[in-house]
Design a protein around this ligand. Sequence first.
Ligand code: ADE
Length: 270
Amino acid sequence: MRLDIVTIFPEYLEPLNVSLVGKARAAGRLDVRVHDLRAFTHDRHHTVDDTPYGGGPGMVMKPEPWGEALDAVLASGAGDDPVIVVPTPSGRPFTQELAQELSAARWLVFTPARYEGIDRRVIEEYGARLDVREVSIGDYVLAGGEAPVLVMVEAIARLLPGVLGNADSHRDDSFAPGAMAGLLEGPVHTKPPEWRGRTVPEVLISGHHGRIARWRRDEALRRTAANRPDLIERCDPAALDRHDLATLAELGWEPGEDGRFGRASGRVEE
Ligand code: ADE
């Protein structure tokens, strides 16, 4: 996969040389190219921003450097079009599903902005002929899109074939499709069997695969109910087995008349 990132802070993307993404680059699975937006300015001060039309606080990124930078990146492509990912708190949420979808692309171009964002005409211009996605990594506002690019690249890169050592490693990830779809991943343990007087749950050393799978699923249900009740509300009761329903009932969740889970009435909130 090829990744181009256009930014006024190329050094912010240095972590892409480290760990999983760094190894994927070294192994030739990821071709990451970072471009300095200021290299596409022509004034002495390398200006990339200006005051907003209509007034208001902050500055807006000028369209000309972005246009020149994106034209140069696009012209360097070998035929296919990239998906352009524009990080912005006003975008669609970045989810595991979107990470999966983007991991199937051959080429992604990221346009992390600073200030109040990029002049709208840039998104319109490239959106008219390319797949442009405005994406938010969460309901909070960061100082720029570089940290969101690091987040998205890591989430996407670990899904690429051959990037994770063990191809099964993302099978049980929280939010992954499959048997645990819509549930958070439960707790994990490793050696030693006892640490500071705390032991590993007996079932995990039982060697009994059926009991282990059931325990993991119950823990996933418990953790999801505690940390993300919204995910339980979205769960389809018909997709759950008898044990799941019993575990959720113990936690105070029952399917209602609308076929959706709700908290059983009369239960005291924790
Ligand atoms: N830029 C600033 N905040 C952001 C967010 N939450 N997601 C994506 N890009 C951003």
